[in-house]
Design a protein around this ligand. Structure first.
Ligand SMILES: [Zn+2]
Ligand SMILES: [Zn+2]
Length: 279
């Protein structure tokens, strides 16, 4: 059994990841234009025609920007929660701007479904969107946990994201940098709330619980360009892994404009797995 992940980019100007199974690929979020998505896929050696479906975490533009055009051009469905579909439909009706692709599949948080041999379990997260989710994606005994926009790692998120072979988690902002930024008060309050974004301290505090002996890869994502910096998150993540003696984990900070080539997780025998870098 194998499972792979490619980070096309992450941050407030766009988020997209490709998850690979031996039977095909899926796109998680389409936060870039169709043209940019295709450029980033080609840069990482992914044939855009290999994408079987798009999974949306929520309706925010940095996750849904290329949804309609990419899905319609590739003739693939966009899979989303009922609330996300309703919201995009409402925006489409109000603004007379097409937002939804012609093929939509609605999923329910907590109910697993299957695409290209991947078992996908969406779970509700705390974020200021209509019906936002994270995902657990499994192929055989290989598992990816994915949560890119969440205000808090609550008990459900802990349950879903614990014990994954690969973990993708938000580490959005540094509290001091956000406080001293010239963002408006209401925006600061929104970001810092339990339905906003996960800060560096909360992300680092969650890691010792979420990472298990089977974890091989950690990506920290959705780093704020104004209220955080890649070097700081890299330093904090490295220190956290050192403290729990887990420097063996492949750890990367996913940047806005630098895609990371595919990393494959290969099952060796039984539950023993190995990362295959850039294969
Ligand atoms: Zn969001
Ligand atoms: Zn976002």
């Amino acid at each position: 059994m194998t499972l792979g992940i490619t980070a096309l980019g992450s941050g407030s100007r766009g988020n997209s990841f490709v998850v690979h199974s031996p039977e095909g690929n899926i796109l998680i979020d389409a936060g870039f234009s169709r043209k940019e998505l295709i450029k980033r896929m080609e840069h990482t050696g992914i044939d855009p025609a290999s994408i079987a479906a798009l999974l949306l975490t929520h309706e925010h533009e940095d996750h849904s920007k290329g949804c309609r055009v990419f899905c319609d051009q590739m003739k693939i469905p966009a899979c989303m929660t009922f609330g996300t579909r309703e919201y995009l439909q409402k925006k489409q009706d109000e603004k007379k701007i097409a937002k939804l692709p012609s093929s939509i599949e609605v999923f329910n948080p907590g109910t697993p479904f299957e695409i290209v041999g991947l078992k996908i379990t969406p779970f509700a997260v705390q974020h200021d969107a209509v019906d936002p989710v994270g995902f657990v994606i499994e192929h055989g005994s290989c598992r990816i946990g994915f949560a890119s926009d969440l205000g808090a790692v609550n008990s459900l998120a802990k349950l879903r994201l614990t014990d994954c072979d690969m973990l993708v988690l938000e580490s959005n902002y540094d509290q001091d940098m956000l406080r001293s930024s010239d963002r408006q008060y209401y925006l600061k309050k929104r970001i810092m709330g339990r339905h906003g974004h996960l800060n560096n301290v909360d992300a680092m505090e969650a890691l010792p619980t979420l990472l298990s002996e089977k974890t091989k890869l950690l990506y920290l994502v959705h780093i704020s360009s104004e209220c955080n910096c890649y070097e700081l998150v890299r330093k904090l993540g490295t220190e956290t892994l050192e403290n729990i003696k887990r420097n063996d984990i492949l750890f990367k900070v996913v940047e806005q404009d630098t895609p990371i080539q595919t990393v494959w997780l290969k099952e060796l025998h039984g539950d023993c797995k190995q990362l295959d870098l850039f294969a």
